[in-house]
Design a protein around this ligand. Structure first.
Ligand SMILES: NC(=O)C1=CN([C@@H]2O[C@H](COP(=O)(O)OP(=O)(O)OC[C@H]3O[C@@H](n4cnc5c(N)ncnc54)[C@H](OP(=O)(O)O)[C@@H]3O)[C@@H](O)[C@H]2O)C=CC1
Ligand SMILES: O=C(O)C1=NCCCC1
Length: 346
């Protein structure tokens, strides 16, 4: 591991390769009771998020993973049970384990079904998702498939027109191949801001932009601590984001057999940090569609978007950061790296 000094800020940082960071995180997961399979999948996911500059769901989340594992809230040894239920439908019971190993276990069958039927659904229940959602969909697009996924989280968002929280931050991620470039990918919370970004702002002592959340009295606030301590978030885009959040609850929980965001009680389980919910994926094989090749059509859309002055597509920032991380390594603050090494028992 090299140990350069960040020339811009006064914070010392160290740069790790993706393999080095993945190995370190894998060691942490193993040390805190996960199986080898679970450790590998979670470490790759989390290191990939950090590499792409998705900081709210990168190594920032590791203490939360450790806490939730130590508390016994989640089963780090769970073996997902995959059920082949219909020509276009796969179900997985994640066994109170993490969602990503459940997806990994079901993935070959899901892809086989999507390619033969043109479309396939994966319904994951009894699962914990503590990560960014784009890593779950992006790989499908690199294989020429279109993928959409939703996952619900924990009650902290006030539905539009209501006065108390009910929904989770409920992200939606979408990935589609294009002919000439990285896939088109977006991944967004249906809350005005992700819960992780509120935690990061609180930690840094920063105020939030207006319109993100309310305090414990339901009054608008820009103080992240007031949102975290008895307050709540708002959906993005008023009634529109609220409707999407409701849809996520229906697809990720009602359709999968998982918990709604309001249905699990982690307050009586000290140390629990991970929402115990469900996840839905829809995978489409665009080669079954009519007309010109899908990837060429999506490339044409991108060309037209650039033609009207668009500079940044969703995913561009991540891919630029990925290229930087590949060239220079993944920069971690020295104190952050020291904490990870301690958790790994080094
Ligand atoms: N597991 C869970 O339960 C939850 C996870 N999350 C995760 O939190 C993460 C952050 O979510 P959120 O804060 O909503 O994400 P952002 O608002 O930062 O970004 C949402 C999407 O919009 C794109 N984007 C952002 N700004 C621009 C711009 N100016 N022009 C064009 N595109 C833009 C991003 O691309 P780019 O990435 O390239 O910036 C991204 O695809 C997500 O990964 C989400 O999955 C959130 C809630 C719950
Ligand atoms: O940032 C969020 O919002 C969440 N991320 C991980 C799971 C809980 C909600």
């Amino acid at each position: 591991m090299s140990a350069p000094h960040d020339p811009v800020s006064t914070v010392a940082s160290q740069n790790l390769s993706l393999d080095q960071l993945t190995a370190l995180l894998e060691q942490i997961f193993l040390r805190h009771g996960t199986s080898g399979d679970v450790a590998r999948v979670l470490a790759q996911n989390c290191a990939g998020a950090e590499r792409d500059g998705a900081h709210s769901h990168g190594v920032f989340r590791i203490p939360g993973y450790v806490s939730t594992l130590q508390s016994g809230w989640v089963n780090g040894q769970a073996v997902p049970v995959v059920e082949d239920v219909a020509s276009g439908f796969v179900r997985v019971d994640a066994g109170n384990g993490f969602a990503q190993p459940a997806l990994a276990a079901a993935r070959p069958l899901l892809v086989e079904k999507a390619r033969s039927a043109g479309i396939a659904v994966l319904a994951i229940r009894n699962s914990h998702h503590f990560a960014a959602l784009w890593p779950d969909v992006e790989p499908f697009a690199y294989e020429g498939l279109v993928a959409l996924s939703v996952v619900n989280s924990m009650t902290c968002v006030v539905p539009h027109g209501a006065d108390r929280p009910l929904f989770g931050t409920n992200p939606i991620a979408f990935a589609a191949p294009r002919a000439d470039g990285d896939p088109i990918v977006f991944d967004l919370a249906t809350s005005a801001i992700a819960h992780g970004d509120v935690q990061i702002a609180a930690r840094k002592g920063e105020r939030l932009p207006p319109g993100m959340g309310v305090d414990s009295l339901g009054q608008p606030t820009q103080d992240p601590k007031a949102i975290l301590e008895g307050g709540a978030l708002l959906p993005f885009g008023g009634h529109k984001g609220s409707a999407l959040s409701m849809m996520v609850e229906l697809l990720a929980a009602a359709l999968t057999g998982g918990n709604f965001s309001f249905e699990f009680d982690w307050k009586s389980h000290p140390g629990a940090k991970t929402p115990w919910t469900g996840q839905l994926l829809i995978v489409i094989d665009p080669s079954k569609a009519a007309g010109q090749g899908f990837a060429e059509r999506s490339q044409e859309l991108v060309r037209q978007m650039h033609g009207v002055g668009l500079k940044r597509l969703p995913g561009d920032r991540r891919h630029n950061q990925r290229a930087r991380s590949q060239a220079e390594g993944i920069a971690l603050e020295a104190s952050e790296l020291a904490k990870l090494r301690e958790l790994a028992g080094l």
